[in-house]
Design a protein around this ligand. Sequence first.
Ligand code: 0WD
Length: 254
Amino acid sequence: GTLMKGKRGVIMGVANKHSIAWAIASACAAQGAELAFTYQGEALGKRVRPLAESVGSELVLSCDVSDDDAINSTFDEIEKVWGKIDFVLHAIAFADKQYLRGRYIDTPRDAFLQAMDISCYSFVSVARRASAMMNPGGSFLSMTYLGAERVMPHYNVMGVAKAALEASVRYMAADLGRDDIRVNGISAGPIMTLAANGISDFRYILRWNQLNAPMERNVTLKDVGGSGMYLLSDLSSGVTGEIHHVDCGYHTVG
Ligand code: 0WD
């Protein structure tokens, strides 16, 4: 396909080939987009580099999004090479595994702030820096989960961080709309990834969703890849401030 030909985008949050970020990146590359990748730490860099090369990407940069200086210097480097960009995917979240179980009320302040910092504020910081080098028609996308809207077992502090992320999507859509830049989120159904492994009973959640979703199955990386490509491309040119559920309909039941 050629739906994203001539577009340049930054993909943040690939950990390995099972990452949601990789699924969306592949879908964009298949439509002709040119991609840059950022990763956290050299251990992940070793996994990301071959994936990036497989879609012809030469811009592969380390960026810990808990650090504004790292965010700014990463986008400075991309600006030096590309000048302008057209889209950014933020597929990053973190909470101490220890608090993705038990009672939410027991979350200590530092774990709460870290989850908020990496899972919500980093998108704000990225969008501020990246929007300054974004072409009109540009698009930002982040990833969220139903635990933002409803109590889901064990999601706890991450649910609260995702609620803040979803509100941020709406406020940033309002901020950037006049520049013809859109901001959206995908609320994905459960997928077994590295990050999902940290949530206790995740296999049970997968099974529950499969049994109860209208489509009687779980979403695949391909499902999320296609919807992500749509929101990052001009196909969704009139869509902003939206949280789009890609969950085989699970959010409509129960
Ligand atoms: O079921 C799922 N897997 C769902 C995931 C359902 C709905 C939403 N999501 C969200 C996640 O909350 C996250 O926002 O999708 C996004 C991507 O998550 P993923 O694809 O499930 O997980 P993974 O492949 O692990 O990628 C997330 C990556 C991190 O991997 P690990 O597992 O090492 O934490 O986020 C990155 C890191 O690569 N990351 C960071 N990147 C830069 N700076 C940082 C950081 N400080 N912290 C985490």
